[in-house]
Design a protein around this ligand. Structure first.
Ligand SMILES: [Zn+2]
Length: 129
């Protein structure tokens, strides 16, 4: 059974890949854990500055859903938003999406770590385990 450690592992591994940010739903799908458990753990990791929580504001228009803005403080989200195609709309729970972005330093470190591990396996597999 998956545990919160699987979430940590997913984040550590994803940090070494060429992705800047991710949705909590992606982690829930990958780990098979409930979204609320995943979200809580990601908030915990965000406290440790591995990742940062941002809010994506998307146009509510069906088949548009373009990201209008990305804001780092929930309290800074303005009630009225504008899609460049569909004009003004009011924010609601259907238009604000939490997204986590990797801390730049954490990401750099994860990339270096991965290279080190790969190098070690290549040089001497018996030392790894
Ligand atoms: Zn739109």
């Amino acid at each position: 059974m998956a545990t919160v450690w699987d979430i940590d592992e997913w984040v550590d591994n994803a940090a070494s890949l060429p992705i800047k940010s991710f949705y909590p739903t992606a982690v829930a799908r990958a780990t098979n854990l409930p979204l609320n458990v995943v979200f809580d753990r990601l908030l915990y990791l965000a406290e440790g500055k591995k990742i940062n929580l941002l809010y994506e504001i998307r146009c509510p228009e069906y088949e548009c859903t373009r990201v209008v803005k990305c804001i780092d403080k929930f309290t800074d989200i303005e009630f009225s938003q504008t899609c460049s195609i569909h004009g003004k709309f009011e924010i609601s729970s259907d238009t604000v999406f939490p997204i986590f972005q990797f801390d730049q330093e954490f990401k750099e470190r994860a990339k270096i770590k991965k290279k080190q591990v790969q190098g070690r396996i290549y040089l001497n597999p018996t030392l790894v385990y």
